[in-house]
Ligand binder design. Sequence first.
Ligand code: URP
Ligand code: ZN
Ligand code: ZN
Length: 466
Amino acid sequence: MPILIRGGTIVTADEQRVADVYAEGETITRIEPTIDPKSLPRATEIIDATGKLIFPGFIDPHVHIHLPFMGTLAADNHDSATRAALAGGTTTVIEMICPSPQDEPAAAFNTWHTLAAASSHCDFTFHQAVVRFDALARAQLRELVATRGVASFKVFLAYKGALDLSDENLLALLELAKELGVIVTAHCENADAVAFMQKRLIDAGHTGTEFHEPSRPECVEADGVHHLATLAELTGAHVYVVHTSCESALQQAREARARGVNLWVEAVVPHLVFDKSAAERSDFEGAKYLMSPPLRAAHNIESLWSAIARREISTIGTDHAPFHFATQKSLGRHAFTAVPNGIGSIQERVDLLYTHGVIAGRIDLCTLVDAASTQAAKLFGLFPRKGTIAVGSDADLVVYDPNFRARFTREGSESALDYSAYEGMERCGRASVVTLRGRIVARDGSFVHDASRAAGGRYLARRPTH
Ligand code: URP
Ligand code: ZN
Ligand code: ZN
């Protein structure tokens, strides 16, 4: 059914303007100061957006949905995670394919693609994590790029013995990525330093969640960023630092960019709203806030927001990696090193950015759109199909009520997770209507279930753009 959205303020990365938007089929076909409904098919659904904002569908460039990790499997599946994404205004997710070193890359791609295709409600694509790099992996990665629409890799300079690569392999992979025009996203820490610090703390009897941050302090992350930048400089590869948490890591990124390294920076919402005191909460409550890199000293929050406002940080994702408190986080009651790392945020991201960014006066609306949608589309080969509001773009639209006020609750979330890290926190704004390729998929912060059809998410095959 065609859709006309009338009277709202369209917000893109560059401008705000009041206009009507009309979508027929899956794409936006008209954007005009006013569109007379009489000129449209009778079946057109008319949405009154007076007093509301119209954003392009948001893109989350960093989510984990199917995630076997730290001896367990993340709590969401593609059904629950993508319901939650849409309810919060995210219409495209980029999921990390995170296999184990025993898995072949092509088989891992097939596993993740099959799961997502069966039950994803929003559009999706993948960063292919490379956790082994032998001749077979090299050949299969080439093939995935050539034939399966893979255009970004992921590497871990962390999780020693589980997901990390040797420098020799990292260099060879970056060289291949450069040749193929593929951008390499990277979790930057110093895996050996983390392992050393963890052992030292545990041996000294420091087993509580408050020791997670000291086990991987800021210098360890800054070292990881510096290391990645050095290898990118040697190979000429384009790299993207995921979940940057602190000023000292940002400083390494700035210095690398200043000397010409092709490096981009991502922030994720937990680091923008929580400081490390959350992970220090008593009665094991801190486990709800354990992620890596860890939540940091409070001053880093302002550093990150300032860098977003200057557009020095390109994108804001979630690093959605949900583990139940009762049955999964609890695996680490005896030692923080056994707490599965990750925080669920896929539904809350946009409202948190609106509340803590726009309402708090730290960023403007155009920067919100740029960081939470447009830049991800540009960097990862989805623009202008995704990431903007323009004639010819997919009709992924978020009619947003800026005056809505409530509090975050677990009950209000579509995610399967048994707690919300944001429980009771103030929430400004809500997606009133979300469309995915011209179809209404969420209303008033809830997923709209359409029993007459299968999950409507589509795989977005991409071409390398770097
Ligand atoms: O703590 C985190 N970030 N968990 C998910 C895996 C990762 O490192 O991104
Ligand atoms: Zn990571
Ligand atoms: Zn992650």
